[in-house]
Design a protein around this ligand. Structure first.
Ligand code: GDD
Ligand code: MN
Length: 375
C-alpha cells in the first residue's frame, strides 16, 4: 500500500526543467496577461516551456491575475517585486530565477510576435548565443506599433548605439530576444538594472563575444494599456551610453546627477537674471536663484536619477529639506576647493572647474546617503 503510494508518479513527466523560460516584465498589463498566456500555449505546443511574469507591484492587479492563471496552469509563475521599478532590472531578475537552457524576453502588451519563439529557440539550440527579434531586417517592421515620433527617436538611438559601440546589428534596441543561459549568466553581473535598453547593455557588455542572429518580426500595435517609455527613459538611455563608454567606471546614476546639475546651473542663471530685472538686491537675488536651482535639481533628480527610489508625500518634503542641507554644505566644499586651487595656481577656469567637480561629487555622495538612502 505504502510502496504503491510512494512509487506513484507525483508529478507529470514535464517535471524536468523546461527547455525555454519566457520572461515577461509587466507594469499595469492586467488585461493583456490572459491573452498572452493563451497565445504562448498555442505557439509553443511542441516545446517544454514556462512563463515568468515579473511584475513591479502594478496597481491594476496584474500580479494577482497571473497567480490566478498559475493556480491551474503550472507553466505560469509570478514574481511580484515590491518597492522597485525598472524594466531592465525586472528582466534580469526573471532570467536569473529560471534554470532553462534558453531564456526569452518579451513585452507583456502583445506587441511582440510569440510565433517567432520556436524559430529563436531553434537558433539557440543550433549554437547561437543570442537570437534577436528585429523590426528592421528584411521582413520586419515597426510601423504599426510606433508613432512617427517614436520611429524617428528609435532610429536615432539605434544610430548612436551603432556608431558608439560598433554594433552592426539592425535592431539593438529591440525588447524581444532569446539568450543562451550560460552566455547570460556570464554577463549578468555587468548589466545595469536601469532603463529599457537591456539588449544594448548585453551587446555592449559582451564586447562582441556573442554569436548573434537576427530574425525579422512585425512590431504590432499595443492592445490594452499604455506605453511606459517616456522622456525620462530617453535620458536614462543617454546615461547608459556614457556609462558604457567609460567602461563602467562611472555609474549611470552619477552621470544623470551631473547632467541634472548642469541644467540646474542654467536655471540658476535664469532665476538670477529675472530677480535682478525686478531690481532685487544682488545678494538676495543670488539666494533666490540658489534655492530655485536646488529645488529644480531635487525634483528632477527625484524623477530621473532616483526614479527607482522616488520619494513621495511626506518623505518627499523631508527629502527636499535634506537636499537643501546637502547642497549648502556642498557649496562650502566647492568654494573651499576652488579657493585652495586658485591660491596654488591662479587660473580662474581651473579653480572654478575643480570647485564645481568637488561640489557635484560631494552632493552626489551625500544626497545618495541622506536624501535617497536605501530604505
Ligand atoms: N516590471 C516592470 N517594471 N515592467 C515594466 C516596467 C517597469 O518599470 N516598465 C515597462 N514595463 C513592461 C511593460 O508592462 C511591457 O510589458 C514591457 O515592459 C514594455 O513596456 P512598454 O511601455 O510597452 O514599452 P514600449 O512598447 O514603449 O517599448 C518597447 O519597444 C522598444 C523598442 O524601441 C520595449 O520592448 C522596449 O524594450 C523596446 O526598446
Ligand atoms: Mn509596448
Amino acid at each position: 500500500m505504502l510502496t504503491e503510494l510512494t512509487s506513484a508518479p507525483s508529478r507529470p513527466a514535464s517535471a524536468s526543467s523546461p527547455a525555454l523560460s519566457v520572461i515577461i516584465p509587466t507594469f499595469n498589463e492586467v488585461r493583456n496577461v490572459p491573452i498572452l498566456v493563451a497565445r504562448l500555449g498555442e505557439a509553443l505546443k511542441a516545446i517544454e516551456w514556462e512563463v515568468i511574469f515579473v511584475d513591479d507591484d502594478s496597481p491594476d492587479g496584474t500580479a494577482e491575475a497571473v497567480r490566478q492563471i498559475a493556480r491551474t496552469n503550472p507553466r505560469v509563475r509570478c514574481i511580484r517585486r515590491i518597492g522597485r521599478r525598472g524594466l531592465a532590472g525586472a528582466c534580469i531578475e526573471g532570467m536569473l530565477s529560471s534554470s532553462a537552457r534558453a531564456v526569452a524576453i518579451m513585452d507583456g502588451d502583445l506587441q511582440h510576435d510569440e510565433k517567432l519563439l520556436p524559430a529563436m529557440l531553434g537558433k539557440i539550440e543550433a549554437g547561437a548565443d543570442l537570437a534577436i527579434g528585429s523590426r528592421f531586417v528584411e521582413g520586419g517592421s515597426s510601423e504599426q506599433g510606433f508613432s512617427r515620433v517614436r520611429q524617428r527617436g528609435s532610429a536615432a538611438a539605434t544610430m548612436l548605439a551603432q556608431r558608439l559601440f560598433g554594433v552592426t546589428l539592425s535592431d539593438p534596441m529591440s525588447g524581444f530576444f532569446m539568450i543562451d543561459r550560460a552566455a547570460f549568466e556570464k554577463l549578468a553581473p555587468k548589466l545595469s538594472t536601469r532603463g529599457f535598453k537591456i539588449l544594448l547593455d548585453i551587446l555592449a557588455s559582451s564586447r562582441g563575444s556573442l554569436k548573434v542572429v537576427e530574425l525579422p518580426f512585425v512590431f504590432g500595435a499595443r492592445q490594452h494599456g499604455e506605453s511606459k517609455l517616456d522622456n525620462m527613459v530617453v535620458l536614462e538611455y543617454l546615461g547608459l551610453l556614457l556609462a558604457k563608454l567609460s567602461g563602467d567606471r562611472i555609474s549611470i546614476r552619477f552621470i544623470l546627477f551631473a547632467l541634472v546639475g548642469a541644467t540646474g546651473l542654467a536655471v540658476h542663471l535664469l532665476a538670477l537674471h529675472q530677480a535682478l530685472a525686478f531690481s532685487v538686491p544682488f545678494n538676495w537675488a543670488q539666494t533666490i536663484a540658489a534655492f530655485t536651482a536646488m529645488t529644480w535639481n531635487f525634483f528632477l533628480n527625484n524623477q530621473l536619477t532616483y526614479r527607482d527610489k522616488r520619494l513621495k508625500g511626506v518623505a518627499m518634503v523631508v527629502g527636499l529639506v535634506t537636499f537643501y542641507l546637502v547642497c549648502s554644505v556642498g557649496t562650502v566644499a566647492n568654494v573651499g576647493v576652488a579657493t585652495w586651487v586658485y591660491g596654488a595656481q591662479p587660473l580662474w577656469w581651473l579653480a572654478g572647474t575643480a570647485g564645481a567637480i568637488m561640489g557635484v561629487v560631494f552632493n552626489y555622495a551625500a544626497s545618495s546617503a541622506l536624501t535617497w538612502r536605501d530604505a
